[in-house]
Ligand binder design. Sequence first.
Ligand code: F0G
Length: 481
Amino acid sequence: MTPELAFQRCIDPGCSATVPVDSTQFTCPRCGGLMDVAYDWPRLPVPKSLRDFEAKWSLRSDPLCVSGVWRFIELLPFAAASQVLTIGEGQTILQRADAVVRFVGLNDGRLYLQYEGLNPSGSFKDNGMTAAFTLARKLGRKRVACASTGNTSASLALYASMTVCDDGRPMQSVVFIGSGKIAYGKLSQALDYGALTLQIDGDFDACLRRVREVSEPLSIYLMNSINPFRLEGQKSIMYRVLEGLGWQVPDWIVVPGGNLGNCSAFGKAFLELRELGLVNKVPRLAVINAAGANTLYELYTKQGLRWNAGRYNRDCVQAYLKHLDDTNYKPCTVASAIEISRPVSLPKALRALEAMNNGVVRQVTDEMILEHRAMVAKTGFGCEPASAASVAGLHLLLQEQVVSPGETVVCILTGHELKDPDATVKYHTGLDMKAATIPPARPVHGKYANRPIRVPDDVRAICKALGVDIDKTPLAGLPCR
Ligand code: F0G
């Protein structure tokens, strides 16, 4: 692969400035806008049909074919196969979720969950990290950094610990976390994998501002989703969805929105698939914000902000962000992963919403998130709160009759349940429970709450807890205890 076949290009169609792949500025040198990774497709060997990718299913000895990202390398051809850094990410499943359809009101067989919690670090971030690390190593970088609500830092730290630099030493990772919420599962990963972990006095938005400020002057490669190579990897989530559906395009993709990198990647995936003639239709996109961190909802749904072929109303965005500053607004949601009020990929998300059939944006409350998380878990899919925003959002869209019961819907479950066990235990017990003992139960309100029961160390009491009359069992004659 010759490098000039891939480059970076400003996303504003009125600007379209280009820079080489190895530029690390990540904003347009001409207008300051966001950058895409772009390709000279006519000169690249793109498959004639998505079915051609099936040839790779049998090549289990080739790590590039095992990776759910790199088996689609022809659709992210910014690096040669020999340069790819993979740890087997993207081996995730698209699961038909008939048990969930009954709760949300879709017809049987119409709902699929794309379970990204199965990635090596437990979230969808690994799809993007493998791509960005491929470039970081190619550029000879020795330090990488990100700001994070938790999952990006876990993924970054994991990939860094497995990346050997030219000098034979592991890549060093630096993570900036806010002083607000970070789920312990995620923090424990960053610490375990050896990241230099800096807790900043401020929220995610403050961390992102700082990491952007210091990275380039200190020769640190920035790994947040403003780095367009991250999004190249995340496009593969959509390829796997299509793969799971036998290359049929669903009617809807529903995804939680935080910093808006993921939905942006999905939009780019479909823009390109359409350009390449590899799909004949595009699904409609639904992005779901938490009500406590709802910038996209406010701008897109309430204020009617649209991409408008790149001529979106920048004053409207600036005024909204200024209003957040003036009112000292701090996002707040139980879905800590998406507790973000200044989403960096906002323009790309607007583009994605336009490209994916004039998509919709909704907000869901913490209560809706927690109830849907518990409901999904009860059917066998453990996900963290932010992920369940997608299912809660779908439920809302069905109630609003925006989605109809006969349509095919894919909800993206972005992160594993074990990322945030505290949220789960609190839902079921009503308590913050960091200790190993089960405290006396408190009243809980969750519809699916499954309270643990404290039982004395006594056979009779255990039988009672099991709903069994001990006198009608072979245990009857046994002495107590
Ligand atoms: N779901 C989970 C589990 C996440 O960790 C994130 C983002 C999102 C959804 C939202 O995705 O930002 O692309 O819109 N987590 C980032 C982090 C911000 O730092 O881990 P997005």
